[in-house]
Design a protein around this ligand. Structure first.
Ligand code: GTP
Length: 598
């Protein structure tokens, strides 16, 4: 295929505006997959994505298309996630594109992440083609959305495509628009190879599969390649393109997006953002690469079974291949043994990583309460950055503490203005500004402590605005705060993995909630168990789990033997998910419940 007949583009949108549905339609129309093998959300290949109905990973698919001019084209669609936690993933995907379709829901209009994503696309100098989706909806307001496209986005709304990804109306025009409006890639096919690694994943049979965008030169099996950052050298076994399945080809050339297999087992050799070249004929300079991810939420992870620590280590390494934004380092806890301190881009990212580790690597994990990064000035003048409660100094040695704040932008219909104000105040937010985008939609700006957003702010916002509130944020520096370390004691013994750093005003509520949850989650044991929340030496909340004989079969009144056996089995299985802390067995679920008791 000729370079001038290749198009690389992605679809960007606010969450739920129909990106995955539109991708599905395009894939179906292209005919690369039979109707029998087709399923909805086909690019969302992970279970978590399908269950939650969201895209987490970006995926590439190469679609063949015969243009109106009779030429054969290869349209590479790079699907991207919509949630604010994954904008790092979006930004990496965009580095491989020349253009983007900006999808706007005809009934919702432009929202916070529509704006955030268009800025990302502009940073990458992409051609942007507006698409108005869901025109089949009775509540579609096409003219209203066109006004927003002109005014809020500064794009020409006359060029906007009108589609319904659901019914298929107008979808075929997307192909022709890709050909006409998105420039073909450039780059000299005969120059030395220069390919950008934008993703990778681990295949148990083939080793590491490296996802690349070739910018210059070309790549074929049998050739010797080098990774610029590590200078390790491999012989290429296979190259190909993504068409839901991997499809091997003879050679991938400048302008193409595809994959390379070279029997790579050493995970540390493959880095996202690194440049790939031929070892004998190297390109002059490395590609620009990607900015480092900026984790904002931290939590420690421990295997429930301490002997699974090596498995956790290996799983994290492999997951990191496929999730370049994950960062982690060794950590240990008196209660839980060895584990890892991990940094995440947000709470959803944390949940996704935990779920992927548990499902894809069959681990059972305990996570500690998520924390942001605090800046502590000690009385001796030294400054310390901490994200781990276990490193919190003696309060007598603290001069002052500062915590990270964010600038949040919230777009809502104006009838929800009061409700949003209320929620924001409950979360220590300060309103800084607002403006009407259209006659009844308003953009409100707040500064909020990041720690509040990490907990439940987003869920609360969604619920008080009945789903109409859209939210985007950026981290915006540190402000002084009044922090305390909240500890929990189980039968008098401090469980370090439960400690958390919280604002003083929230400490009592947090402690009470957490103690209640622990009481509900910790099964009765042969003796009474006291659960206490404390700041320093001072107990601020208390609950008790009364003693009970743990005979689960007692409630089966003799009778049904198989049911009895099932219960015993269940109890045995449950044991594997228990952690002995002192003399008390604490289930994994108890740790998790505290994590969410903001
Ligand atoms: P993320 O992958 O999480 O970013 O969301 P998304 O933008 O991919 O949205 P998705 O394709 O999952 O669509 C969200 C919802 O809108 C789904 O319930 C779709 O069925 C629905 N939807 C998508 N396109 C249309 C359309 O053209 N018309 C109507 N009526 N509904 C649509």
């Amino acid at each position: 295929i000729k370079q001038k007949n290749i198009r690389n583009f992605s679809i960007i949108a606010h969450i739920d505006h129909g990106k995955s549905t539109l991708s599905d339609r395009l894939i179906q129309l292209s005919g690369i997959i039979s109707d029998r093998d087709f399923k909805d959300q086909i690019l969302d290949s992970m279970d978590i994505e399908r269950e939650r109905g969201i895209t987490i990973k970006s995926q590439t698919v190469s679609l063949p298309y015969t243009g109106n001019d009779g030429e054969e084209y290869l349209l590479n669609l790079i699907d991207t996630p919509g949630h604010v936690d994954f904008s790092y993933e979006v930004s990496r995907a965009l580095a491989s594109c020349e253009g983007a379709f900006l999808l706007v829901d005809a009934s919702q209009g432009v929202e916070a992440q529509t704006l955030a994503n268009i800025y990302l696309a502009m940073e990458h100098d992409l051609a942007i083609v507006p698409v108005i989706n869901k025109i089949d909806l009775p509540s579609a307001e096409i003219e209203w959305v066109k006004d927003q496209i002109d005014e809020d986005l500064g794009l020409d709304s006359e060029t906007a495509l009108l589609v319904s990804a659901k019914t298929g109306v107008g979808v075929a025009n997307v192909f022709e628009a890709a050909v006409a409006k998105i420039p073909p890639p450039q780059g000299d096919e005969n120059a030395p190879l220069k390919a950008l690694i934008f993703d990778s994943h681990y295949d148990p049979y083939r080793g590491i599969i490296v996802h690349v965008r070739v910018f210059e030169g070309s790549l074929a099996p049998g050739e010797k390649i080098a990774f610029l950052s590590s200078d390790s050298i491999y012989k290429v076994e296979e190259v190909g393109i993504f068409q839901i399945k991997r499809r091997p080809v003879d050679r991938i050339r400048a302008g193409q997006v595809g994959y390379m297999i070279a029997g790579i087992k050493l995970i540390s050799d493959v880095k996202c953002g690194d440049t790939l070249t031929h070892s004998g004929n190297r390109c002059k300079a490395a590609m620009k690469g990607f900015r480092d991810p900026n984790p904002v939420v931290f939590s420690s992870m421990y295997p429930v079974a301490s002997d699974e620590y090596p498995e956790l280590t290996e799983a994290l390494e492999k997951l990191k291949l496929n999730d370049a934004s994950l960062v982690y380092e060794k950590d240990s806890s008196a209660a839980l043994g060895f584990g890892y301190r991990c940094g995440f881009l947000g709470l959803l990212h944390l949940e996704v990583v935990q779920e992927r580790l548990e499902r894809e690597y069959d681990l059972s994990l305990i996570l500690t309460s998520p924390s942001v990064r605090y800046e502590i000035t000690r009385t001796d003048g030294t400054i310390q950055i901490i994200d781990n409660p276990s490193l919190y100094p003696d309060p007598a040695e603290i001069e002052k503490t500062r915590e990270p704040f964010i600038k949040a932008s919230i777009i809502v219909p104006d009838r929800y203005m009061g409700a949003v104000m209320q929620v924001s105040m409950e979360h220590r937010g300060v309103s800084t500004n607002y403006q009407y985008l259209t006659s009844n939609r308003i953009e409100m700006k707040f500064t909020l402590p990041l720690a509040e957003v990490v907990y439940e702010f987003y869920d609360r916002l969604k619920s008080v605005t009945q789903g109409y509130g859209s939210f985007d944020y950026e981290v915006a520096g540190y402000q002084e705060t009044d922090l305390v370390k909240l500890d929990f004691l189980v039968n008098g013994e401090r469980v370090d993995a439960l400690s958390q750093l919280v604002h003083r005003d929230k400490a009592v509520d947090r402690a009470k909630n957490a103690c209640k949850k622990l009481r509900d989650e910790i099964p009765r044991q042969m003796f009474k168990i006291a659960i206490q929340g404390a700041i320093g030496g001072k107990i601020i909340s208390r609950e008790t789990v009364s003693a009970y004989r743990k005979d689960v079969t007692a409630k089966c009144y003799g009778g049904d033997i198989s049911r009895k056996r099932k219960l015993l089995e269940k109890q045995k299985k449950g044991k594997k998910r228990m952690k002995m802390v002192g003399s008390v067995e604490i289930p994994q679920s108890a740790f998790l419940s505290v994590l969410k008791s903001g």
